[in-house]
Design a protein around this ligand. Structure first.
Ligand SMILES: Cc1ncc(C[n+]2csc(CCOP(=O)(O)OP(=O)(O)O)c2C)c(N)n1
Ligand SMILES: [Mg+2]
Length: 556
């Protein structure tokens, strides 16, 4: 075997990725991976960005794939380098994001014999990879080229079809790893004519189930959906049929005049939900984050309403064991006779009362909820808001309405990889990208900020700095012995220094006007910091919920 055999095979593989629609590669440095990484870099149809830390590089790729719906390629060297892909691969599996994970490995004769930088990479990601393949080397015959082209196609189609997710290909590469001659023409003549893929794959025709969705008091619950346009379809259906729509911002469906944006606060009001008990619940996409909503859906008094879940992949998403039917379909299966306005109007009146009560308590200050509301309102339909786990995603759901596309890592709800994923989204999105994050989530992935300089991606980071994990202040653990040091984890980090280190500008703002100005003037990568107090934030939220409860009680 010569390096020419290796490079010819990898070039055919890379060319075929492009023919299947792949555009972006995230490489990480190493020696064993050099043939793989250099080939991907040299492939004219691919854009390769370089990432020092594989963990961040993988999350960046996840962001690219989330933003585009196309698989991003990750390529790294052997050993713990590959293991650092695990968090993003797991998130991609849980959140249905297509990824092609290419790891370099020692050939089999160097495994388990004490060779350097060698670990067991076989099925390294377990069930989080939809498909695992070992690729050994072989002479560059026409048959071998055909095999590698077919393999590339199969890897891409496996990642995107059905329930999308990661595919892991482990390449055994033998020394010498560097070419010693010009690469000749491909044996067998290269790929198919007209740039076609070696093996095409067509999405299965989807039969639309006939659902008979009949109810006098239906509600539609919408969470994150991966198909573009599904959010608008759901919002349109709800508005036309006068069904109350409880849509998480991640669904893209919180719009139109059937969207009840303040369901989280309303369903916290004791007994309020009983008065609005539905006779039919239809869920589309993931379950929203809101705990009061989940509890409401799980706790209806008998007779329990019919609960129908629509999911394009027929996924089982029912932690509270409330769903009675799962249909492998998207919003296209929503069909019903339109209702008159009465049922929806009751919800809408309550929604307005809740919004007004919230607005009164929030006043003109720059609290954590106010930041969520203002960021959401500042962005247009061409923009993307990437929202971190913990309070940012919750505050957005509880308080905000936005025209922007909203993305988040909600597959495994990790705070890891936040900056990297947002930068990957920014690199692959046409409009502006803003990250709304807490301080701990930002610090967890502080190395991910390197990607701004190294890739040129431009991101505005709004960091709510409450010096620790504010979310835990809402939980029974708050105040326990060791709580502050081990759960809240205050750190005292100066984000101005962080921003300067990674080439971001930084501004600290403390009024709504200054905040809006900072967002408006944000032309390139910058950090907008808002400092808040964790204890005051818990009190503020509780005050808002109490005010909503009072206002709703007056209304009824
Ligand atoms: C990788 C990972 N580690 C730990 C957690 C548990 N966790 C959830 S929220 C949180 C704190 C987040 O703090 P911050 O980003 O400052 O947001 P805040 O709670 O202040 O809104 C932690 C540690 C997690 N979700 N993911
Ligand atoms: Mg915090």
């Amino acid at each position: 075997m010569t390096p020419t055999d290796t490079y010819l095979g990898l070039r055919a593989f890379a060319d075929e990725l492009v023919r299947c629609g792949v555009q972006h590669v995230c490489t990480s440095p190493g020696s064993r991976s050099a043939p793989l990484v250099l080939t991907l870099h040299r492939e004219p149809g691919l854009t390769a960005t370089s990432h020092i830390d594989e963990r961040s590089g993988a999350f960046f790729g996840l962001g690219v794939a989330k933003a585009t719906g196309r698989p991003a390629v990750l390529a790294c060297t052997s050993g713990t380098a590959a293991a650092n892909y695990a968090p993003a691969v797991i998130e991609a599996y849980e959140a249905r994001v297509p990824l092609l994970v290419l790891t370099a490995d020692r050939p089999w004769e160097l495994r388990d014999v004490g060779a350097g930088q060698t670990i067991d990479q076989v099925k390294l990601f377990g069930r989080a990879a939809k498909w695992f393949v070992e690729i050994d080397e072989a002479p560059a015959t026409a048959e071998r080229m055909g095999f590698l082209r077919r393999l590339a196609c199969r890897a891409v189609w496996t990642a995107v079809r059905g329930r999308p997710g990661p595919v892991h290909l482990n390449f055994a590469l033998r020394e010498p790893l560097i070419l010693d001659e010009r690469l000749p023409r491909e044996p067998g003549g290269g790929g198919r004519a007209d740039g076609r893929a070696w093996t095409e794959s067509h999405a299965p025709a989807r039969a639309v189930p006939d659902l008979h969705l009949e109810g006098k008091r239906p509600v539609l619950v919408a969470g994150r959906m991966e198909r573009p346009g599904d959010g608008d379809a759901v919002a349109g259906f709800a508005a036309r049929h006068r069904w109350p729509l409880l849509a998480d911002p991640l669904s893209g469906a919180r719009r139109g005049d059937a969207a009840i944006a303040h369901y989280d606060a309303l369903l916290r009001v004791p007994n309020w939900g009983e008065g609005f008990a539905p006779d039919l619940v239809v869920r589309v996409g993931d379950l929203p984050t809101s705990k009061p909503l989940r509890q409401w859906l799980a706790g209806f008094s008998p007779p329990a309403p019919r609960q129908v879940a629509l999911d394009p992949a027929g996924a089982w998403q029912d932690p509270d064991a409330a769903v009675g039917e799962i249909h492998p379909a998207g919003p296209e299966a929503l069909r019903a006779e339109p209702l008159d306005d009465g049922w929806l109007d009751g919800w809408r009146r309550a929604d307005t009362v809740a919004r007004t009560a919230m607005g009164r308590v929030l006043g003109g200050g720059l609290s954590e909820p106010a930041v969520a509301v203002r960021v959401a309102a500042a962005l247009g339909p061409q923009d993307t808001l990437f929202v971190a786990a913990s309070m940012p995603v919750r505050d957005l759901e509880t308080f905000a309405v936005t025209q922007a596309r909203v993305l988040s890592n909600r597959g495994a709800n990790g705070i890891d990889g936040t900056a990297s994923t947002a930068l990957g989204v920014a690199a692959a999105s046409a409009g502006r990208t803003v990250l709304l994050t807490g301080d701990v989530a930002l610090l967890h992935d502080v190395g991910g900020l390197l990607a701004a300089r190294r890739t040129g991606a431009q991101l505005t980071i709004v960091v709510i700095n409450n010096d620790g994990g504010g979310i835990f202040g809402f939980l029974p653990v708050a105040g326990e012995d060791g709580y502050d040091e081990h759960v809240a984890t205050p750190h005292g980090i100066d984000f101005a220094l962080v921003a300067a280190t990674f080439g971001f500008t930084h501004v600290l703002v403390d009024t709504p006007e200054a905040f809006d100005d900072a967002l408006r003037s944000a032309a390139r990568s910058n950090v907008v910091e808002v400092r808040t107090d964790r204890t005051a934030n818990v009190q503020l939220h509780r005050g808002i919920w109490a005010a909503v409860a009072k206002a709703v009680a007056v209304q009824t």
